[in-house]
Structure formats: C-alpha cells, structure tokens
Design a protein around this ligand. Structure first.
Ligand SMILES: Cc1cc2nc3c(=O)[nH]c(=O)nc-3n(C[C@H](O)[C@H](O)[C@H](O)COP(=O)(O)O)c2cc1C
Length: 403
C-alpha cells in the first residue's frame, strides 16, 4: 500500500482516511456581504470527490471589520447557517474531513479593506508596502479579549454547521503570527515581551475554542517554521510554541513559513519541499501529527517524506487548484507530477515587480473555474491576473506580496 493512502488516527479518535491534506486557499468567492454561496459548495464537492483525507477551507474571517481581501467569507453569527450546512454536507462526502480555517489579518489588511487596521503594536509593514497598507494601531487588552471570543464563536458555528474540524491560521504574518513575532509585537503588557507572553493570544484562542467545540473535535494550527527575518519569530521559538500547544491538546500542526514581506510560503526555501528540515527537527520534539505544506509536486517526493517520517501528512495547495482530483489519481497509480509554473507578462522589468500576488490571483481564478464546472487553465500568461489585481486593489497592489 502506498504511504499516502494509509489512514491516520488523531489522539481524539478521529480517523483521517489518508495522508493527503488539502491546504487552505482563499477562494475570494463570497458575495459583497461576505456570505458563502453555491460556488463554495460546488468547489468543495469537487475536492471531496478528489480523495484528500482532510480538506481545509480558505481563510474564513472571524471579524467583519477586518478582512484580508474582497470576497472573504465572514462568519460571526447564524445568518448563513443554511448555506454553511450545505457546504459542510457536500464537502464531507466520501469520508472527507472538512476543516474550517479561521483568521484575522491584523495589519495585513490592505487599504482597500481597512482605513486603520489593528495589530499587537503600531508597527507598520516595511517601506515598500506603505502604498498598499495603512499603518496599524495597537489593540487594547479589552479588544484582544473580544477577538479571542470571536475566534471561539466562529469555531462553535463551524461545528454547528457540520464542518468536522477547525484550523487556527497562525502563519503567514497575520494577526496570530504578529503576536508571536518580537518585531510586530512590542507590547509591554502580558501579551508582549518574552515568548510565553507573545503566545498568550494564541493560547487563549485555543482554550476558548476548545471550550466552545468540546474535547473530541479536531483543532489544528497552521504555524510558521520561522518568519525568515532577523527580527521575527525563529525556528527555536516555533518549536517551543508547538510544544506548548501539544501539551494543551492541539490535534495537529501544519507547517508553513513567511509573510507578505518574506513570502516563503509560495517561493520556498532551498529544498524542493519547503519546510521539511524544520519538520524533521520538530518531529523529534513533539508527538502530534505534523503536516508540511509547500512544494510537494511529485508522488515520489510525497512517498519519500512519509517513508522517512519527516511528515505525517502531505500538505498541498496550488496543485489542487489545477487538478482537484489529484489525490485520487495518485492513489490509483498515476505518476503525474503537477508543475506550478512561474507566470510571466513577457516584460522582464514588469515581471520583477509583480511578486506572488499575481500568482495567487491566477490560482483563485482556477478555483472559480472549478466552482463553475469549467476545466482549469494551465498557462503562464500573467496579464489577466495582473489586470484583475489592479482593478480590485489599484496599482499599489503590484508591490505587496500576499499570503
Ligand atoms: C490562491 C491561494 C490562496 C491561499 N490562501 C491561503 C489561506 O487562506 N490560508 C493559508 O493558510 N494559506 C493560503 N495559501 C497558501 C497555501 O495554503 C500553501 O501554504 C502554499 O500555497 C504552499 O503550498 P503549495 O506549494 O502546495 O501551493 C494560499 C495559496 C494560494 C495559491
């Protein structure tokens, strides 16, 4: 039997039918009121048919006042419970675990979304992002407590609607990651300073969420191996966070890395699979299932990472926007390697400036095509996603690297 096809049992008894973990991809398909709709249902139905053991949703926002991008789903109350139930019903067909990713962007909320974003401290993004992002203000302790409740409340609603788990987005430079980072978090109260304090926001979210969803419900965390900056969150700190969260009862950890300023989650580190070296070290320290995401493209690299016990599951995003049935095909013996090409405008000077944001728009366009029952398009032409990005966010959107 192929390793990717082997089931995995979580400590709480929940069984994942295989090792394919469809990582979060923001669908940006919600209505102008940030409501889920038929497109989400069709897209997740395809992924459920596609065979992955776990499918994580794109980031769902816990606070209507803080969006990462237009078309994010927001869940704060029961107004969309009917549509959410249908999304969960179709998305869990075929024994699929469907986990909702919960997020707050903090200062990584673009100008087109937030006049005054919030963050642990009033530390703006780097100079080249100032055109696209307003400088943030620091959250008060009372606001922090309210946000903790918002995360827990959205998790409760996810469970009520029939999603089979949740994932806290603690990676990629968003609010939870901002609290963990000594660069972004310069608070002098109990939420800042030493790592134990910087972790407090995450720990409180986890504990309130656990209280809201119960002991038997999977709660996962997506975390950076590092922020890849001299002044950010380091690998050593990341391991300490995982140790703490594992001791509290976290069910699974997904490893990624980077932020808008250092977009390692999509460009990678030196190895083919981006964060395997870190995962290997992490697995020596903790005893919860580890998922590495970023760069898995061929069945051989997937089998080899599992065989060597460097990861427990195979996190995959972009290839599943091109081929939603990839897990099923690989388990049926297809040797297909999915290449995720670099998009280009054909103009070198322009290409140097466009960054991963254009790539993300291209993949989001493929998600919409799947949702509409159309074939995905594999090409390298950057012009359509580029123009779409400018139309949505203005010319400043070229600079920031997203997600
Ligand atoms: C269109 C798009 C949207 C994404 N949205 C999210 C998201 O909402 N949450 C998240 O944690 N990661 C998000 N990511 C990052 C992926 O989950 C993943 O970490 C990254 O693409 C690397 O994996 P891959 O090489 O298999 O694509 C997104 C990536 C893409 C391409």
């Amino acid at each position: 039997m192929m390793r990717v096809a082997e089931p995995l049992k979580l400590a709480n008894g929940v069984e994942l039918k295989n090792r394919f973990f469809k990582s979060a991809m923001s669908e940006t398909m919600a209505s102008s009121m940030n409501q889920p709709n038929e497109k989400h249902i069709r897209l997740y139905h395809e992924w459920a048919k596609g065979g992955a053991g776990v499918v994580v949703t794109g980031n769902v926002m816990v606070d209507r006042n803080a969006l990462g991008e237009p078309g994010n789903v927001v869940i704060e109350d029961e107004r969309d419970i009917g549509m959410l139930r249908e999304w969960a019903r179709k998305g869990t067909e075929n024994g699929t675990q469907l986990w909702m990713q919960l997020n707050h962007p903090g200062k990584q909320s673009p100008k087109s979304m937030s006049k005054k974003p919030v963050a642990p401290s009033a530390v703006p993004l780097g100079d080249k992002f100032r055109g696209a992002f307003n400088p943030p203000r620091a959250l008060t302790v009372e606001e922090i407590k309210q946000l903790v409740q918002k995360f827990a409340n959205t998790a409760r609603l996810a469970r009520k609607a029939g999603f089979t788990g949740v994932q806290i987005h603690g990676a990629h430079g968003y609010l939870v990651n901002q609290f963990l980072s000594p660069h972004d978090n310069q608070r002098e109260d109990e939420y800042g300073g030493r790592l134990e304090n910087r972790m407090k926001f995450l720990v409180e979210i986890y504990e309130e969420m656990r209280y809201a969803v119960g002991a038997d419900y999977p709660i996962a965390l997506k975390l950076n191996s590092s922020d890849f900056s001299r002044v950010g969150f380091t690998e050593e700190e990341s391991i300490q966070v995982v140790e703490k969260m594992a001791s509290l009862g976290l069910d699974l950890i997904e490893i990624s890395g980077g932020n808008y300023e250092q977009p390692k989650m999509s460009t990678g580190t030196d190895s083919e699979v981006f964060f395997l070296d870190y995962a290997r070290k992490l697995k020596e320290e903790v005893d919860i299932p580890v998922v590495v995401t970023g760069g898995f493209r061929s069945p051989e690299s997937m089998e080899s990472a599992l065989e060597k016990n460097h990861t427990d599951m195979i996190g995959i995003a972009r290839p599943l926007a091109l081929e939603p049935h990839l897990p099923k095909e690989i388990m049926a013996g297809s040797n297909a390697e999915i290449t995720t090409q670099h998009l280009t405008t054909g103009v070198k000077a322009l290409d140097a400036n466009i960054g991963p944001a254009v790539g993300n728009v291209y993949y989001a366009m493929q998600l919409k095509r799947i949702a509409e029952g159309k074939a995905t398009q594999r090409h390298t032409n950057a012009w359509r996603p580029l123009l779409h990005l400018i139309a949505t966010h203005g010319p400043h959107a070229l600079k920031p690297k997203r997600r």
